[in-house]
Design a protein around this ligand. Structure first.
Ligand SMILES: [Fe+2]
Length: 301
């Protein structure tokens, strides 16, 4: 067992050595575990913040009320705690630390809440816009391994919001099922292609305490326009990522911190059709080999 002085050495110094040292001493008397380590560091850090800013009793009550309200915004369709973790950068930090990929491989990102795994596979070149609303977008891409070898037979799933920034499963009465979702298979050269419409960016919910907090800070919870992709192939790590519209004005202030330089893409202008602007997107994703013990999600390869 660590002594009290050893335990405190491992933790940041606290402004109130009395209560902080007391709780640290109680924790180091417990069997060692990640929970005890995390609680020890978390509690000492929390004590330090409270002492540094001289948190008042009223402010503590306001924090308790805020956290209580977060809990009241949780049900089968809504998870305000996850939204709060997203908006505070916690989700992306945990994801990035757990999903580091070798240089040259396309970065993973959080999948977001709108993924569906039951989308049927479609023929190359199919249109995933099932209501035809929006500005046409032609997407073509290539899946390759580190080193440049094409990855044939990879499953490529795509899902994105419509031109109003709304996903099909948020909007079941106004959009056809599976609208703006597709599943494709790469050819022998690792290529895939499909037709869709240009997505718009969107705002995350701000009718609850997490979104209201960000608005009060002057940081409205907006996401720049993007498409989500998931690429699976046996022998490779499954890639879940985004492609962002480089020209979106919100690209530097993504509310959930998903934008990475490698994920910015240019929507090229094509000649208008039927009076509507048209766009094209050329993509390249680089997979890295699976590590020992990796499993493919849902058994899909
Ligand atoms: Fe999204």
């Amino acid at each position: 067992m660590m002594s009290r002085s050893e335990s405190l050495e491992r933790m940041p110094a606290a402004a109130d050595p009395g209560v902080t040292a007391e709780i640290a001493e109680r924790l180091v008397a417990l069997p060692r575990s990640r929970l005890v380590t995390a609680l020890g560091q978390g509690i000492v850090g929390l004590h330090r913040i409270i002492a540094d800013i001289r948190l008042s009793g009223d402010e503590l009550l306001a924090i308790v009320a805020f956290l209580t309200e977060v809990g009241h915004h949780v049900d089968r369709r809504r998870q305000e705690w996850v939204l709060l973790a997203d908006l505070l950068g916690v989700s992306t930090l945990v994801h990035d630390l757990s999903n580091a990929r070798p240089a040259g491989a396309t970065p993973n990102t959080i999948p977001g809440p709108f993924y569906r795994e039951d989308v049927p596979e479609m023929l190359a070149g199919s249109n995933i816009s099932r209501d035809g609303k929006g500005e046409p977008l032609e997407v073509s891409g290539r899946i390759q391994a580190l080193g440049g070898r094409p990855v044939a037979g990879a499953g490529v799933e795509v899902w994105h919001a419509n031109d109003q920034g709304v996903y099909e499963n948020q909007d079941p009465h106004l959009q056809p099922e599976f609208n703006l979702r597709g599943r494709f298979r790469t050819d022998a050269q690792g290529r895939f292609r499909f037709l869709t419409v240009k997505p718009a960016g969107y705002a995350l919910p701000s009718d609850g305490p997490a979104g209201r907090l960000m608005i009060a800070l002057g940081l409205p919870p907006v996401r720049p326009a993007h498409l989500h992709f998931r690429v699976c192939r046996k022998g490779y790590e499954t890639l879940t990522t985004h492609v962002f519209d480089r020209a979106d004005p919100a690209v530097d202030r993504d509310a959930v911190f998903g934008v990475k330089p490698e994920l910015l893409a240019e929507f090229r202008a094509l000649p208008p059709r039927g009076g509507r602007p048209c766009h094209a997107l050329d993509l390249e994703f680089v997979l890295c080999p699976a590590r020992a013990g990796d499993t493919e999600p849902n058994g899909r390869k």
